[in-house]
Design a protein around this ligand. Sequence first.
Ligand code: GN1
Ligand code: MG
Length: 357
Amino acid sequence: MTAKTPLNPENAAAHFFGRNTAFEVTSFGQGNINDTWKLTVSQNGHPQPYLLQRLNHLVFRQPEQVMANISNVARHLMAKNYASGILHPCADAKGSILFCDEASNSWRVFPFFECTTTLETVENPGQALVASRAFGAFLEALADLDPASLHETIPGFHNSVARLAVFEEAVAKDVAGRLAGVREEVALVLKESALFQHIFNLKLPLRVVHNDAKIGNILLDEPAENAVAVIDWDTIMPGYLLSDLGDIARTMAASCSEDEADPAKVVFRMPVFKAICQGFLPPLRNILTAEERDALHLAPRWIILEQAMRFLGDYLAGDAYYKIRHPLHNLERARNQLALYQSALEQEEGVSACVRE
Ligand code: GN1
Ligand code: MG
């Protein structure tokens, strides 16, 4: 979903730092939903880096609730002396952490973490171990935060049963006239979709989770050896721990990023998944319930299939949700995720053995 109104990051920067302050704004990052800039502000003669973002208000309908959640999580982690990076939103002169411009765009600013990098895909199991341990420690630190204290900023975000109904509607309506070219992909999603109902029948405990635990949401130090911070806190809300493990596996065990256009290159890498389990699960050892433990092996397939369905559904809907960089982008992403799904399915026994260990 793209903004219908012109974006003016300079105006937002001036709002936060004062009309007479010198600053520089450059486009930054790869988000599929929000727009991001690096903002360098001259403060006391020194350049100070910040991250400026426009929240996509067509996706995040109540931006103030997103910011309330982020502040809540930041306070909680501060109080616990959480060891990794904490995202503290910056306030304007009046103390507000959200700025709504005349065109109804919502803007916020965070301090910038210098000398860090993000990955599109992990290069080796060691990086997966580090990144998934950071997600595990993050969830462990949030385990005593009451889920009811957070707003559900996107209702039913990982409710794949509800998402399946939306997908079936997109197939039935075929508004963009694209169904004829993707019947095979649609059939595969529908054939495997019983997994969604199965997951929801398990009645897993609702917890505070990240909900977008992809590799690109871990800041690493420059040699990409240590985790510096878990970032992108926009979707932190009540959800299922399994979906975070699923997104970690989806983006780290995959041999390629979700943007790889050739599905033949996409495989689910078992040695990397093994490292993911070794990183993610130990911090959560005392938290996991028996129901969660028994269902862990389903996490990768669940979230990979959900993501395939979301990309394919968006393609059928005429690319209404995700930013695309070329006309077939959503279709390519869907095919990529379906190849990953099939690779994970073929290695089901290995996946189960890894989570048991
Ligand atoms: C979106 O905007 P970004 O890149 O943080 C999406 C996630 C998807 C992801 C796929 C609010 O995340 O759910 O998994 O793209 N976020 C939203 O890369 O829909
Ligand atoms: Mg996100």
